[in-house]
Design a protein around this ligand. Sequence first.
Ligand SMILES: Nc1ncnc2c1ncn2[C@@H]1O[C@H](COP(=O)(O)OP(=O)(O)OP(=O)(O)O)[C@@H](O)[C@H]1O
Ligand SMILES: [Mg+2]
Length: 294
Amino acid sequence: MPYIIETNNLTKKYGSLYALRDLDLKLEEGNILGYLGPNGSGKTTTIKLVLGLITPTYGKINIFNKDSSKNFEEIHKDLAYVASEPAFWSNLTAKETLYFFSKFKDNYDKDYQDKLIKRFDLDVNKKIRQYSRGNKQKIAIISALARRSKLIIMDEPSTGLDPIMEQVFRESIFEAKNNGQTIFLSSHLLEEVEAICDQIAILKKGRMIEFGNLEDLKHLNQTRFEVYFKDKKPNLLKIKDVINVKQDKNKMTFQVVGSTNAVLSEILKFNPSRIYSKPTSLEDLFLSVYKNTK
Ligand SMILES: Nc1ncnc2c1ncn2[C@@H]1O[C@H](COP(=O)(O)OP(=O)(O)OP(=O)(O)O)[C@@H](O)[C@H]1O
Ligand SMILES: [Mg+2]
C-alpha cells in the first residue's frame, strides 16, 4: 500500500521551542487520519509543514511518494486544504469565492459543489463579511471537497458547525473516502474522530505519543459509570481494568478501560437501582494518556 503522506524525523523549532519533534507519520491511501492534541501541541505546525507553508528545521516529507521540498506544484495539483480559520475576501459572495477557488483545479466538480451547497444548506449569495464562522467554514469545506483531490488536509474543520451540519460533514467525509480519497483531519472532537477515522495520532508538546487504529488505542477507550444501589455494593477493585472507583452512600462512580461486560455482570448481581454510563470525554482521555507520558 503506497503512503500518501510519509514523514521522517520531521522537526520544526522556533528558537529553542520544538513546535514539532521527530515526527514519523505514515498515512496510507484511502484512510482517514484523526490528528489529535491539545492547544499548542503541533497540529497546525504539522499541517503547515506538509503543505510547504513553512520549512522544516530538519526531517523529510514525502507526499504521493515525492519529496515535498522539490515537487511543490505537482503535489498541490492533487491536494485540498481547509484552514482552521479560513480567510476569504470580505467583499466577494460565497458563490464568487467558490468560483474563484474552482479555477485552481482542472477537474473541479461543479455538480458535486452544487450538491454540497444544498446539503450544507448554504445561501451562497451573501458577502463573505456577512457570514457567521460556521458558514465560512462550510464554504472552505465545500470548496475543498469539490476539488475531488487525492489528499484533503483539514485543520479543525468542524469547530464552528452545529450538530446537524456536523452530521452532514461526516457523511461528506465518508463519501470522499468511498471515492478513494485520503483525509488528514486535525480535530478536537474525539467523538468525530472515533466515528469517522481509521487511524488516530495524538500529539503532546510537539511529539506524537500515540499512533494506531482504534483497536490499537483501546487502552484509551474508557467508559465512565455512575451506579446507584439500594443496599449492598459490589467490590469492583477485583475486576481488571476498573479504575478511579469512588463510593458515596448508595452511589459508586468509576471508569472501565475497554470492554464493560465483566463489570456489568458484577453490578447486576447487586440489584442496582440506576446505571448511568457514557464514554469518557476527550479531556478525560488526554489526562489518562498524559499521566503516563512525560
Ligand atoms: N510562528 C511561530 N513562532 C513561534 N512559535 C510558534 C509559531 N507557530 C507556532 N508556534 C508554537 O508552536 C507550538 C505548536 O503550535 P501549533 O499551532 O502547531 O499548535 P496546535 O496543535 O495547532 O494548537 P491549537 O489546537 O491551538 O490549534 C506552540 O507552542 C506555538 O506557540
Ligand atoms: Mg492549530
